[in-house]
Ligand binder design. Structure first.
Ligand SMILES: NC(=O)c1ccc[n+]([C@@H]2O[C@H](COP(=O)([O-])OP(=O)(O)OC[C@H]3O[C@@H](n4cnc5c(N)ncnc54)[C@H](OP(=O)(O)O)[C@@H]3O)[C@@H](O)[C@H]2O)c1
Length: 428
């Protein structure tokens, strides 16, 4: 058997220990599949004497991840510390400059520095891979760069933050308000130390920007992702959307249009009987659409020790087999600088309105919609509760400009008890 492939792993938390376990427990299987042994020579973390539930005594220890990344006995630097800058970026750059291949699960770092790091890797003749960064255990980067390489990708979308999907589906199943379920998720340890990364859509937005780069051959453009979190989703909207045949999801959509690249991470309605609508709990789902394949749906765990380590090992095994793909599927210099679309593709919208119990109130709403050229597909009025009645409207496809005009004009009406709620309905 040929020479071993030697890993240096920086970060021994959830994902890092998962990778150590796979390398130790599946040594024979990995060696057979790769045609060479996969070994670990050195590791790094913040605290040396922490019990990590896995034996790391036989590996060299480095306090400094940069020193680890440049060791002569390390072939692949495996970056599993996290953070967009700081030691993760410094060590990744050092490894690439030293001509070493890098595998990372770090979406924040790639969302902010993906283009520069991909270029650095190519200049040094190294590869930089990040399967674990996008949807945990789902091999979506491989699906796009390999299986779908003969397609023009038309749209990618997905539920890519398990915590948000847990919160939204738990609100629905238990009938609990957002704040209560948020606290429950916190107690269960599902939330990041900074919860806005999850519920504000930032973590999922990082993933979407990476997916868009791979799908459309463009430079990662995280600042252009339109981000809206789930913090303002109420139990009323969860119930009313269900009444109209929909589920609310924090959905990422990237689409290349004649008007530029659309990248949205926002709460949307999807039909309850669609694969996305039926996605429960912390599971992720990515939907890929190509001109030849039409649509494929990938579903699986988006986080956790085993699934994320599985994706890291997929990248390691490619390198071990000498399968070397550019970071985003085309050479870094060929990645286009996409133009962000200023407007979104027209879509139907869900509107929830609290209408005062006054004669002519409904007619005023209809006039506002009509004046903006927005037509109603379906409408439902519930019984008056005290002095207001909830009205639900599903519009026909409309532009966002027209919708914004409606919302502005409605805010000037004297028949609404509270500002209208508007959510996009994504066709899936
Ligand atoms: N957890 C998941 O399910 C998941 C899923 C997809 C992607 N990811 C990504 O994978 C990466 C790792 O996530 P994780 O959940 O495994 O994180 P984690 O459990 O917090 O572990 C982070 C590890 O990095 C070490 N570390 C932090 N700063 C360091 C420094 N300055 N020098 C050396 N070591 C340092 C920590 O050391 P100590 O242990 O000594 O504190 C710890 O071992 C992140 O980029 C994350 O976004 C995670």
């Amino acid at each position: 058997m040929s020479t071993p492939l030697r890993l240096g792993i920086a970060g021994l938390g959830t994902v890092g220990t998962g990778v150590v376990k796979i390398v130790r427990q599946k040594a024979n299987l990995l060696a057979e599949r790769a045609g060479r042994p996969i070994t670990i020579t050195a590791v790094s973390a913040r605290t040396r004497d922490k019990d990590r539930g896995v034996n790391i005594n036989s590996y060299a220890w480095e306090d400094d991840p940069v020193a680890l990344a440049t060791r002569d006995d390390v072939d692949i630097f495996v970056e599993l510390m996290g953070g967009s800058d700081g030691p993760a970026k410094a060590a990744t750059e050092a490894a690439l400059k030293a001509g070493k291949d890098v595998v990372t699960a770090n979406k924040a770092m790639l969302a902010h520095h993906g283009q520069a790091l991909a270029q650095l890797a190519e200049d040094a003749g190294a590869v930089l891979r990040f399967e674990a960064a996008v949807a945990g255990g789902i091999p979506v980067v491989k699906a796009l760069t390999e299986g779908l390489a003969g397609n023009d990708v038309t749209r990618v979308m997905g539920v890519m933050n398990g915590t948000c999907n847990y919160i939204l589906t738990r609100m629905q199943s238990a009938g609990l308000p957002y704040d209560e379920v948020f606290e429950e998720a916190n107690q269960l340890g599902y939330l990041e130390a900074d919860p806005t990364l999850d519920v504000g859509g930032i973590d999922a937005g990082h993933k979407l920007s990476l997916l868009a780069a791979v799908a459309f051959g463009c430079q990662v453009d995280f600042p252009s992702v339109e981000l809206q979190g789930i913090e303002r989703i109420t139990i009323e909207d969860i119930h009313h959307a269900a009444d109209m045949g929909y589920r609310i999801k924090l959905l990422g959509v990237a689409q290349l249009t004649g008007r530029g690249l659309e990248q949205r991470m926002s709460p949307c309605l999807v039909p309850e009987n669609s694969p996305l609508g039926q996605l429960e709990g912390g599971t992720n789902m990515v939907v890929l659409e190509g001109d030849q394949v039409e649509q494929i749906v990938l579903r699986g765990p988006g986080a956790g020790e085993g699934p994320t380590a599985s994706a890291v090992m997929g990248d390691v095994m490619d390198i071990a087999r000498n399968f070397r793909v550019t970071t985003f599927g085309v050479p870094a210099a060929a990645l286009t600088q996409s133009k962000p679309a200023k407007t979104a593709t027209p879509a139907p919208y869900y509107l929830r309105l609290a209408l005062d119990d006054k004669p002519g109130a409904l007619a005023k709403l209809a006039t506002v919609l009509g004046d903006a050229g927005v037509s109603i597909d379906r409408m439902r009025q519930y019984r008056h509760d005290d002095s207001t009645a909830p009205i639900l409207i599903v519009t026909h496809k409309t532009t966002r400009d027209a919708l914004e005009a409606v919302l502005k004009d409605m805010s000037g009406l004297d028949v609404l008890a509270s500002p209208p709620v508007a959510l996009r309905i994504e066709s899936v």
